[in-house]
Design a protein around this ligand. Structure first.
Ligand code: SF4
Length: 350
């Protein structure tokens, strides 16, 4: 067990802030905490000491080589390994958090996660050792340690695709800071009601929508995930609103619908029926989205990538394994349907 203050030694001067009337205004996430001397932000991980905003650095709480499909990214180097690293803490307080052991312990003062001192170069080297083509900041919310992730991505160089798996509660400043390093960004879109967002997460809806829009505009590859929670976000009207928003940014943004299992503070809620997931997938497609995937339910073709124009099977997936079928790699990592030539967006090669 680790107290929050034990982590203070794993910190470095933060870059995402500005001085504001004697406080440090953090802009790593959309909470935009104004922190006074001796104080901490909502995430508990960024704090002010000696007039300096300090941010997490120099450690990991989890390090593993995962399949890229587990993140999930379906349009980024299918079948590749993703060296995944995480720290501790989060800027949200989701009652349905499925990873609360390392993300949600601010409330109880202690974290259950283990911590390990690490250098950026060591984490980058670990990606080489396991043959991973991706380096991903995940497990807890990466925005709260954006500077540390950037150090690691810099150490990895251009040979890796670097990515964030995030709740998307970002700011334009954070996105501009990350843009030189981050090529792929997974955003959780938890629901489409601001009231529900506030009640369930402690954040709000608008910054998440703005993040998705800005990431896409900046040319960062975006995939969106919605955890389908019974009675929270599974009404046809709410799912339609989410699908319509995604389509307004780009109909080619992949949308993953995943099944909830009872956990943390929603332990009394039933697990999501696989039929509800499949019905949400069909709804997304019927609203005009090109790629809607069903996550964490076994079997079936709902995790394959099919050509939205001619229906040809492009990438076949089974669990976390993937093999290219009719996907034809073109120059510069672009890909097209090998049957009809329709461009299939994503990061297909490095
Ligand atoms: S990362 Fe977000 S929650 Fe943490 S201090 Fe900065 S603005 Fe506050």
């Amino acid at each position: 067990m680790t107290a929050i203050t034990d982590l203070d030694k794993f910190s470095a001067p933060g870059l995402l802030f500005r001085r504001d009337e004697g406080r440090q205004a953090c802009c790593a996430c959309a909470h935009r905490c104004r922190i006074k001397e001796g104080g901490r932000g909502i995430c508990g991980m960024r704090f002010v000491r000696g007039g300096e905003l300090r941010a997490p650095s120099g450690y990991v709480s989890a390090l593993a080589c995962d399949p890229v499909e587990k993140k999930p990214f379906f349009h980024v180097l299918p079948g590749s390994g993703a060296l995944s690293f995480g720290m501790l803490g989060c800027n949200f307080r989701c009652r349905f958090c499925q990873n609360y052991g390392i993300s949600q312990s601010q409330d109880s003062t202690f974290f259950s996660g283990e911590i390990r001192r690490a250098k950026a170069s060591e984490i980058a080297a670990a990606a080489d050792s396991c043959g991973a083509k991706l380096l991903v900041s995940t497990y807890n919310e990466p925005l709260i340690s954006a500077e540390w992730a950037a150090d690691i991505f810099k150490a990895a160089g251009k040979e890796k695709v670097c990515a964030f798996v995030s709740n998307g509660y970002a700011t334009p400043e954070a996105i501009a800071f990350l843009k030189p390093y981050v090529r792929a960004y997974k955003v959780d879109l938890k629901c489409f009601s601001d009231t529900s967002y506030r009640e369930m997460t402690g954040g709000s809806l608008r910054p998440v929508l703005d993040t998705i829009t800005l990431l896409h505009k900046e040319g960062i590859w975006v995939e969106i995930v919605t955890l389908l929670v019974p009675g929270f976000n599974d009404s046809p009207s709410e799912l339609s609103a989410m699908a319509d928003f995604i389509k307004s940014v780009s109909p080619d943004l992949p949308w993953h619908i995943t099944a909830f299992h009872p956990d943390y503070r929603l332990a009394d809620r039933p697990a999501t029926d696989s039929r509800a997931v499949l019905s949400a997938v069909e709804l997304g497609k019927s609203r005009g989205l090109s790629y809607v995937y069903a996550g964490n339910i076994s079997g079936g073709k709902h995790s394959n990538t099919d050509c939205p124009k001619c229906g040809a099977l492009l990438v076949r997936r089974n669990g976390y394994s993937a093999e290219k079928a009719k996907l034809k790699i073109q120059t510069a990592g672009q890909a097209a349907c090998g049957n009809c030539g329709r461009l299939i967006p994503g990061i297909w090669e490095i």
